[in-house]
Design a protein around this ligand. Structure first.
Ligand code: SF4
Length: 229
C-alpha cells in the first residue's frame, strides 16, 4: 500500500496541531448522495492512504495548503451556502478533520462527510451525515474495508458502492445481505464513470428488486472531470 506523504507543516507543532492540509475549497452542486442537487461548499482535504484504480481525485493525494480551521470557516462562510461537504482524498486520514467537522456543525451548516470506509468513523460528530464508500474488488482496495464501521451507521448516514462491473455488483449484493445494510441506512449504487454502462446497472437493480438507490454523478454530467466542480 502506498502511504500518504504530506510535507510537514513548517510552523510550530502547536500551530500545526490546529491546521489541516487542504487541496481545494469550492462551490458547486452536490453530485451524489441524498443531498444531490443542493448548492454545496466542498472542502477537499489532501491525502489518501488508498489507491483505487479508477480514482478521479488523484490530484488530492499530494500538495495542498496548510490552513487553520478559522480560515477554512471564513472561506466557507463567504459562499453563503447551507450545505458543506468535507471530502478528499480520504478526509479522515487527517486527525484534525474531526474538530473541523465539529466547528462546521457548530456554525449551523448541514455537514456531510465522504469517506472511503477504510478508516474508523466512530469519532465523527453525530450531527454529520456520513457517506461511507465501501470499496468493491474492481477498485483494487477491497481489502481496506473496515467493516466495524457498519456498527456506527445510523439512519442519517449512507453507504455507497461504486461499481465497475457485474462482479462488483454481485459482491455488493452479498455485502448488503451479510451486514443487513438495508436495515441501517440508505444504500447508493453508482457505476464507475466510463466503465460500467449505467443502464446495465439500473436493469440489474430492478431485476433483483434491490432496496438501493441508483445514482449517477450529477457533476460529471454537467462538467465532466473538471477539478473544482
Ligand atoms: S479512497 Fe477515494 S480519494 Fe482515495 S484513492 Fe479511492 S477513490 Fe481516490
Amino acid at each position: 500500500m502506498v502511504a500518504t506523504a504530506l510535507t510537514p507543516d513548517p510552523s510550530s507543532a502547536t500551530t500545526a496541531s490546529r491546521r489541516l492540509r487542504v487541496t481545494e475549497i469550492f462551490h458547486s452542486l452536490q453530485g451524489e448522495s441524498d443531498s444531490v442537487g443542493w448548492p454545496t461548499v466542498f472542502v477537499r482535504l489532501t491525502g489518501c492512504p488508498l489507491r483505487c484504480v479508477w480514482c478521479d481525485t488523484e490530484y488530492s493525494f499530494h500538495g495542498g495548503e496548510w490552513r487553520d480551521i478559522p480560515s477554512i470557516l471564513d472561506q466557507v462562510g463567504g459562499y453563503a451556502t447551507h450545505h458543506v461537504c468535507v471530502t478528499g482524498g480520504e478526509p479522515l486520514a487527517q486527525k484534525r478533520c474531526l474538530p473541523l467537522l465539529v466547528a462546521l456543525c457548530d456554525e449551523g451548516y448541514e455537514v456531510s462527510l465522504e469517506t472511503s470506509g477504510a478508516l474508523d468513523i466512530g469519532e465523527v460528530d453525530p450531527r454529520v451525515r456520513r457517506v461511507v464508500d465501501f470499496k468493491p474488488p474492481g477498485s483494487g482496495e477491497v481489502g481496506r474495508n473496515l467493516w466495524t464501521n457498519v456498527g456506527h451507521l445510523g439512519a442519517r448516514d449512507q453507504v455507497k458502492f461504486v461499481l465497475a462491473d457485474r462482479a462488483d455488483y454481485d459482491w455488493a449484493v452479498a455485502r448488503i445481505e451479510e451486514h443487513a445494510l438495508a436495515r441501517r441506512c440508505p444504500i447508493l449504487f453508482s457505476p464507475v464513470h466510463g466503465q460500467l454502462e449505467p443502464r446495465a446497472l439500473a436493469e440489474w437493480i430492478l431485476a433483483d428488486r434491490l432496496p438501493v438507490r441508483f445514482q449517477m454523478q450529477l457533476h460529471k454530467q454537467l462538467w465532466g472531470s473538471e477539478p473544482g466542480r
